[in-house]
Design a protein around this ligand. Sequence first.
Ligand code: SF4
Length: 442
Amino acid sequence: MSYRVYIESLGCPKNEVDGERIEDLLSQRGFKIVEDRNSADILVLNTCGFIQPAKEESIEKIFDLISLKNNDPTKKIVVCGCLVQRYPEELWSKLPEVDAFLGLGQIDKVDLICHSVLKGKRILKVCQPGEENGLKKIKRGAQSRPYAYIKIADGCDNHCSYCAIPLIRGRFRSKRMEDILEEASWLAEKGVKEINLVAQDTTMYGVDLYGEKRLPHLLFHLAQISKLKWIRLLYTHPAHFSDELIEQIASNPKVCKYVDLPLQHISDQILSRMNRKVTGKEVERLIFKLRKRIPDLTLRTSFIVGFPGEKKEYFKELLKFVEDVRFDKLGAFPYSREEGTEAYRFKGQVSSRVKQERMDQLMFTQQRIVLEKNQTMIGKTFTVLIDARSEEGNGYFLGRSQSEAPEVDGVILVKGAHLKIGEFVKVKIVDYSDYDLIGEKI
Ligand code: SF4
């Protein structure tokens, strides 16, 4: 009898890759993956435990599954991911309705765990962060989208003072290049046109395995995979960007002219308290170099507002920087005080009211910039990858050019008949709405 499993992943693309790994492992071991959780025998939730709002969302989802189980006690619940890795004992003792809790290093055993809970066992399996590589190669399953993520490394050694990731995912560990290339070839054979490279810090790829940064080499070799059309780089770190990497992004035709460069702040006082290992001047020089060498670059970044000790003048400095640089894509987060991190004990904690005021000011400034930039897009033509048909049944398709990363950026709504998912089409932009562009196939 093949048991039916419902899987839901929360959090970042790196966790999404772990969720796909669980799905691939279970389907390869005879479990049937189902979309409808009501029909499932086993409910698997892959949690996020990074910051407060993400933790609350994970807990809420667990209680959701518990109420399903209360209506049908034959169902089993398996909870895994970052929240479990961070709070194993608390979850185990406070949520007896959950049948198994799996830490990050244990997901390769998920099929065995599922068989055990079906026999009525209750299991807690968590090892030290990074103890289990978690980067072993596995065959990726069928792909329903024309884009996919590849996790090229896990863990982080940067120890930014506000960040709990090193506590959860352990030391920085690169995946072997041959395994990444094999995974990418496999995905391209499955019809994937675009791969997004993810890690906590992609710019440090290879330092642990090869004794030097090997991201430019990896990009070069990935581009040799003929069926792969786009390679997108996410989660770079300003302190680890090399000229060789800039050159590879600029000259490699398959590498999207898109850089995701989380900066977190620009004031030197805050950057050093965050332990970001970079100064405001160095950041400005890097952006200047990137834009000079890659003229049509799309630059994404993210900032934290309300970090302990963020005086008004430091925030003003950040606001001016955002106005001057005019990022193409920008995300911002209010500082989340996370136990176990260095900044948790810092003096000068900022009130939630002030954090929210600064968030609003920053996002209002960015929205104005995006609308001005969108205005200049009208009449321009782009190569667009068609991701899906719009669910609004309005005859539009959802697509992206090299300037839009999946799931985090706006999309291009494409009017056109008989477009196919995974097809590249030429699109002329005719309008925009908020963060999305609207275009017609030409
Ligand atoms: S680079 Fe900093 S913020 Fe990013 S995962 Fe590493 S420690 Fe956390």
